[in-house]
Design a protein around this ligand. Structure first.
Ligand SMILES: Cc1cc2nc3c(=O)[nH]c(=O)nc-3n(C[C@H](O)[C@H](O)[C@H](O)COP(=O)(O)O)c2cc1C
Length: 166
């Protein structure tokens, strides 16, 4: 698969099979996340791979959609704003930029390995913080369910290229 083919293959997967996710695929994804770039190489992130009860149910309960119940693995992507680089001219903290890059590494690596995945930001942050799973200093930014996909490839709906460029 070349990079454009991977971009087309990655899609938001909201249907998963019950099959377990091979450990070597998860290890591959972890390494691809570790290699992500970040501002001033601060790497202001941490990731929790949740695949056991009761933590799995606790995390899924923070996102009130039935489809996420099928996912055998959830990755909690967390940012640390104290560790992240802040631009001096306007005080802009880059933790969100950094965590987004690493999270997309995660999603693209999972897709390359034939695993379904989906960005999920519309979850209850306070509820997740209250589980006690989130280490001190970190804020959960994205949940990424991972599993063998049970959906079908879909065409991309995107703006035309001349609206995106220039
Ligand atoms: C920052 C971000 C947050 C998202 N949050 C959610 C979410 O909470 N729930 C969900 O089902 N999809 C979520 N998505 C998936 C988008 O809806 C999806 O990427 C978009 O519709 C394009 O479809 P595709 O991923 O299949 O190409 C999110 C995507 C991004 C990039």
């Amino acid at each position: 698969m070349n990079f454009k083919e991977l971009c087309l293959a990655r899609q938001s997967c909201r249907q998963y099979s019950n099959d377990p996710v091979p450990q070597e695929k998860l290890d591959y994804i972890k390494e691809c996340v570790r290699l992500a770039p970040s501002a001033v190489n601060r790497q202001p992130w941490r990731f929790l791979l949740i695949d056991k009860e009761p933590m799995l149910s606790q995390v899924k309960a923070c996102y009130g959609r039935d489809w996420i119940q099928q996912a055998p693995v959830i990755v909690v992507c967390m940012k640390n704003e104290q560790e992240a680089w802040t631009r001096s001219c306007d005080g802009h903290n880059h933790a969100d930029v950094d965590i987004a890059i690493a999270t997309e590494h995660l999603c693209l690596a999972a897709s390359e390995q034939g695993l379904g995945n989906c960005w999920v930001c519309n979850f209850d942050v306070e509820r997740l913080m209250a589980t006690g799973l989130i280490p001190q200093g970190f804020i959960p930014s994205v949940l990424v369910p991972i599993g063998l996909p049970a959906d079908e490839p879909r065409p991309k709906t995107r703006k035309p290229i001349d609206e995106v460029w220039g």
